[in-house]
Design a protein around this ligand. Structure first.
Ligand SMILES: *Cc1c(COP(=O)(O)O)cnc(C)c1O
Length: 399
């Protein structure tokens, strides 16, 4: 048997984020151990046989079971409020695992058209295996309902989205999914469980890119799926075991330690993002700011209700003067990192039209509202006054 920690049953999320995992080894280490081992040794051949046949629970082989990975899985499940979690090699591996584990040829998916670009590509790629996807408006629940078919098995949403920070109503989508006999999966990358627990609004599965806020310092690629044990252990684990999109113990350990500070990082980064968004809204060289924490955001009230009263830490704005203006603002920064990652303690700045959304046509981008003057900022932990100055350097000459 793999033992459980003896934590109080009423321990709260901040406590679980620091404490949930596995009991320490015989050495009594206080910081969780990193088990860099591909396989585990058995006391005798008969025990090995029982363990391989799943008749006795034990660590066997790190493609599908490893103590460090399990500590991360237990901790993240506790934070998301789900019974189970499975770590994956990346956020995209998590989504691949969901599709492979839950769907078969003939099944249909309804997905927001504003989700992460690689998610759209992945779902389109599965058409060759007979899994078809309809893409609908992020914010229009009626469009999701209208896209439902008898074969619809999965609804896939991400909220808020990149770079427009559009928010969808998780409870409304859960109701549509369940009325049609389908499951709702939510990519919770932008808020993390520190701000938003989609299961509280009826979502069945939570997908994560651990690469973003869960690690939180831009170090590793990682992912996870959280949900009920019958789906995670029953449907996804067998696919992990054979397909092997496994999370490395080292990356799991980095994310495990990142989870301990997730809540304080999210609060501090979100507070800075709100201050920066409010300041940007008052700048003459800025046409528009996209941030769910602003009263001007079209789904502000919904975002506040779903995201613990927080707008998150990613914002976008449109600089007056199109692409040239956006480039000059980005190039004038001396603190922000010009990179398309986010969820880092270091503030990141990017031009969505030519990077994350560069493979779309200009017409597709404009239909989505991603204009050439748009700049996205993933707000980190630097002093917000320094961040304002960093952006002001490029904005002042445009006004
Ligand atoms: C980055 C990202 C992913 C993919 O995660 P990787 O770890 O890079 O594979 C999926 N969804 C969202 C919202 C992301 O930002």
């Amino acid at each position: 048997m793999i033992p459980k920690l003896d934590l109080p049953a009423d321990a709260r999320p901040d406590t679980l984020a620091v404490r949930e995992g596995l009991p320490c080894s015989q050495y009594g280490e206080n910081s969780e151990a990193l088990f860099l081992t591909s396989s585990f040794v058995h006391p005798d051949a008969a025990t090995a046989a029982r363990r391989f046949a799943n008749e006795e629970e034990a660590f066997v082989y790190s493609r599908f079971s490893n103590p460090t990975v399990m500590m991360m899985e237990r901790r993240l499940a506790a934070m998301e409020g789900t019974a189970a979690c499975i770590g994956t090699a990346s956020g995209m591996a998590a989504i691949t695992l969901v599709v492979m584990g839950l769907l078969k040829a003939g099944d249909h998916v309804v997905c927001s058209q504003s989700v992460f670009g690689s998610t759209i590509r992945l779902l389109q790629d599965f058409a060759k295996f007979g899994v078809e996807t309809s893409f609908v408006s992020q914010t229009d629940a009626a469009a999701w309902r209208a896209a439902m078919r008898p074969g619809t098995r999965l609804l896939f949403a991400e909220t808020p989205t990149n770079p427009l920070t559009e928010v969808c109503d998780i409870a409304a989508l859960a109701e549509i999914a369940h009325a049609g006999g389908a499951l709702l999966a939510v990519d919770n990358c932008f808020c993390s469980p520190a701000l938003q627990q989609p299961v509280r609004f009826g979502a069945d599965l939570i997908v994560h890119s651990g690469t973003k806020y869960l690690d939180g310092q831009g170090r590793v690629i990682a992912g996870a799926v959280c949900g009920p044990a019958e789906l995670i252990d029953g449907k996804l684990m067998p696919v992990m075991r054979s397909a092997g999109m496994s999370l490395s113990p080292f990356n799991a350990w980095v994310v495990l330690k990142g989870l301990e500070t997730l809540s304080v990082r999210m609060q501090a980064q979100s507070a800075r993002a709100l201050q920066l968004a409010q300041w940007l809204e008052a700048q003459p060289a800025v046409e528009r700011v996209y941030f769910p924490g602003l009263a001007s955001h079209p789904q502000h009230a919904l975002a506040m209700a779903q995201q613990s009263g927080s707008g998150g830490a990613v914002l976008s704005f449109v600089a007056r003067g199109g692409r040239e203006a956006a480039f000059s603002v980005i190039d004038a920064t001396r603190i922000c990192s010009i990179t398309s990652n986010l969820g880092d303690t270091k503030t990141t700045i990017t031009h969505p039209s030519s990077t994350s959304h560069g493979r779309l046509t200009e017409a597709q981008r404009l239909a989505a509202g991603i204009v050439q003057g748009m700049v996205r900022v993933g707000v980190g932990l630097e002093d917000v006054e320094d961040l304002k100055n960093d952006l002001q350097r490029g904005l002042a000459p445009l006004a």
